[in-house]
Design a protein around this ligand. Sequence first.
Ligand code: C2E
Ligand code: CA
Ligand code: CA
Length: 854
Amino acid sequence: METLSPGPKPLAQVSASSLAAARAALLAWSALLLAMFLLVGVLLISIAHHLNVDAGKHARLDIDNALMSDEKAAASAVKDYAFWGDAYQHLHQTIDVEWAFVRQNIGSTLFTDLGYQGVFVVDPTGRTAYAVIDGQLQSVAAQDWLHSSIDTLLVQARKAAADGKSLSRLVNVDGVPAVLAAAALTPGTDPNVKAASGPASVLIFVSKLEPARLEALGRDFGVEGLRVVPAGVRPTTVPTMELRDNAGLVQWTSDDPGQQLLVLVVPLVAVAGLLFGLMTWVIQRRTLAAARLMDSHYTSLQASRAALAISEARFRDVAEAASDWIWEVDAELRFTYLSERFEAITGLARAQCLGCTVDEVLTSEQGPLSIWFKEHAHRTHATVQCNYLAGDGQARICRLSVREIPGQGYRGTASDITEEVESRRRIEYLSQHDALTGLANRTRMQEFLEGKLKASPTLERPLVMLSVDLDRFKPVNDLLGHAAGDQVLNEVSRRLQGCLRGDDLVARIGGDEFVLVVANMSSPSEVETLCRRLIDCIELPFSIAEHEVFISASIGIAMAPADAILAEELLRYADIALYDAKDGGRNTWRFYAGDMNARIIERRQLESDLRHAIKNEELRLDFQPRYRIEGTRLAGAEALVRWEHPQRGLLGPEVFIPIAEETGLILPLSHWVLHTACNAATHWPEDMMISVNLSPTEFQRGHLVARVKSVLADTGLNPARLELELTESVMLNDEKVALGIMQNLKELGVRLLMDDFGTGYSSLSYLRSFPFDGLKIDRSFVDGLTASGGDHSIIQAIVGLGRALSLTVTAEGVETDDQLNALKDVQCDEAQGFYLSQPIDAQAISELIGSLPK
Ligand code: C2E
Ligand code: CA
Ligand code: CA
């Protein structure tokens, strides 16, 4: 596409993620702050340390000074006493204790007033000549009290005295630092005392630095809590100092200026740090939010670029690969653009179509497209279905979606929907038609019927509805297979259609049920002619896989507007008429009669009359003989009930059995029949069977097995002579229950026959799975048998089946010699019918038996 712009730049070139950038910047900033605070911390600690060290140095100096001043005082005091003529006389030349101690010249006052615990005078021989300890005169050697030698001290003191000086030092006395001052005794400035030659005695003052004194001394020099460290203790956190001359270890309470600085500054720094942190956090949040916003802008920019790229790619894909083709026409509706796909899909050459008008290429059921475009293309989602001839000459269908390009023309896409339209048509057709025969189905029929009824048919020109049901179709299915059944149905459909005009409708609405909707019938006799023709058509033989199959049909007729004007009602009435036709012996037709109400009333009356029939002995049993076909020997008889109605005369079972079943009167009625029949049979020869019909309702209630047992007991009939005739409707309700009852009946020793075989739906499968001893072919099959062959195949199949299952096969309704011979041909076991004998009363059958050769 020439109009497409080149692809978008990769987004990385447009912008890095501002979120990431902001994060990085903030991280750097936070790191910087942290580093700064760490530096400040280290500086603070180092300053504090230095301050502490400085303070320690100062304290040590102060302590030194304090001790030195104390020493100075002691030195000066000892000098005062030693450089004194009287002392020289009384403590060196002689030891005058009287002068020194008693008169208190150098006595206890030195202790009490000046605090010298030890005062000694050591003579030139090194002997302690005079000692005052704690103010008491004692004879103790100075070195013993001091626990150290004093020889050096004595020499130094004498030397110093020569220079007019005393000396002092620190010592340790009994673990306590002490200040010692010494001076050699000299006459001093006393002119009356002459210094002798030779070494002089030495005066020694010792003052112990007791705790209170040490603390006071320290405090005078600004050192708090100065104290001696007890021996053996080595404190680590508190500053200490080794005194000169091994006098001892002292410590003091440091005011720790560094600590103070830290205590003062650290909280400030912490607060500042917190504030910075907080600010950083706030800034970070804002910045990140802003960055996120930017990023989302970037993302949406990215997204829209990507979307653009995708949509362009998509357009390319759609244009080049999709099944749709793309077109553009100018204002004159001439093609100016056709995508490549156009050729692949339509098989037409682009070059030839470009320049052609829309109408030249496409047609629409909506009229010329040139007009349609002008009228509809401005709408959103304007689409139009078009037809065109493809390159291969096939008609195809496409759906154009059309967009107006204001002032320039139109453009859009075209999708090929040929298959879609066809399958839609097919679905529509299938939903309206029967898949097997292709006839209209019930839905279509109802639509059609409703359409016709809207046209308001008149009495003169009525709308006729025929409900057609095939007779004897089911066995075709059962015995010849479904494929054969389907063939028959298809053929029936063709025949029915063949009987109608083009605008009439034939529908298949069930297995073998058809409905015909016929218009333009001028009289009932015309309808009857049609029915006759329909039945005749269906009765023609069907050749299905080497077989000739004969079926027939019953027809119910309802007409609009005479019977009903609603589709539903018309259908229902046609059905009612159909049942009537079937009741009437099949192969026939019935018009719906509007005497339903009258029938209902009549039925009610019969119901109440039936209640008294047994008690009033109005019931009667006839017996219809049954013969072995081989040799035509009497095999048994079927008991058939009649009602001698006081007003209505003789009524057949088809009139009152259904009423008896509905009202529950079937139980007493059946019991009466069973008892009467068995009783009658006891008078017959031992090899003659008695057949009794059972109603399906007796299976559901009424303790059938117990009743049969008690009747056999009452009458004394050999159970093996009793045959019970059941129709398949017995099994329809609950197969398990039915099977159970049948097995119990079999245990009593009676025989079971399937009656009316072939008229139901599943006769065949029931025969296989239930314990039957015989079957009776419905008389409608026998009807079809003729001398010339006729409906042989079905009967033959049934007989074959019976043989295979070891069942006695009886044909009912044998009315002619032909039929009997045909049955002989197919080797049917037994036969029953008017040709052989009508049902006759008990008296008559006894006579019949009596007349037979023994
Ligand atoms: P079904 O069991 O099929 O009985 C045979 C019916 O066919 C009898 O009609 C009989 O008269 C008739 N039939 C016999 N041979 C021929 C023939 O050659 N041609 C023609 N067209 N008909 C023939 P029926 O007696 O009117 O009985 C009708 C149905 O009533 C019976 O059909 C049976 O199903 C029922 N039915 C009769 N008696 C009793 C009964 O005692 N108890 C019960 N539950 N149902 C009964
Ligand atoms: Ca029967
Ligand atoms: Ca029957």
